[in-house]
Design a protein around this ligand. Structure first.
Ligand code: SAH
Length: 196
């Protein structure tokens, strides 16, 4: 397989917003991801009350699962519609406020306080704005990032991780000559070089 066939593919922010508007969101899993259940112990590693990050979160129901277990969840997503659908579909009241450090960004926070979703590009975030995390659930995130931005994405994620954090990553394996993505194909060797 030619792993380079997708390297110049770009999906713009505008195109993502359009997918949400059109309801073209085949990536959304209503039932939640079985691999999170399977590897939950690896993520938590016996710890309670973790700060868990959901990059490119969409309206992932796993955010509700982890919040209900007593963890504090932070997500980032460019589509405000996605975030509003998340709160609405779980009947969660929330409040909205600007993020002083990021022009145009909003923060949507559950009234209970344990789910905080940033509406902006992930590349606008830094640890001085969102802090560091004990765990990351990366599903539909690295594989949704434009191939040309992978290095930047991985470097940023590393800066957002606490020393003893765990990172669960879901990728997809297929012949990149046959589908244009997203999800993009990320070879295991590339994951190793991105994250070390
Ligand atoms: N992780 C989610 C969504 C996967 S689809 C899930 O498992 O269901 C990828 C999501 O990333 C889309 O909702 C898209 O709107 C969002 N997105 C794309 N580029 C982004 C960026 N630069 N910053 C934040 N969100 C982004």
């Amino acid at each position: 397989a030619d792993i380079w066939s997708q390297k110049d593919r770009v999906v713009t922010e505008e195109e993502w917003l359009q997918k949400w508007e059109m309801g073209n969101i085949g990536f959304h899993k209503k039932q939640g991801h079985p691999l999170l259940q399977k590897y939950l112990d690896v993520l938590l590693n016996g710890r309670n009350g973790l700060r868990i990050f959901f990059p490119l979160c969409g309206k992932a129901v796993e955010m509700k699962w982890l919040a209900d277990m007593g963890h504090s969840v932070v997500g980032v997503e460019v589509s405000e519609q996605a975030l509003k659908e998340f709160f609405a579909e779980h009947n969660l009241p929330y409040c909205e406020e600007p993020v002083p450090e990021i022009s145009g960004a909003k923060k949507l926070q559950s009234t209970s306080g344990n789910i905080c979703l940033y509406c902006c590009s992930i590349y606008d975030l830094s640890s001085s704005i969102v802090g560091k995390f004990d765990g990351v659930w990366d599903r539909g995130a690295l594989v949704a990032v434009n191939p040309c931005d992978r290095q930047r994405y991985a470097s940023l994620m590393i800066t957002l991780m606490e020393k003893n954090s765990s990172y669960l990553l879901v990728t997809v394996s297929y012949d990149p000559n046959k589908h244009k993505g997203p999800p993009f194909y990320v070879a295991e060797s590339e994951i190793k070089s991105l994250f070390g």
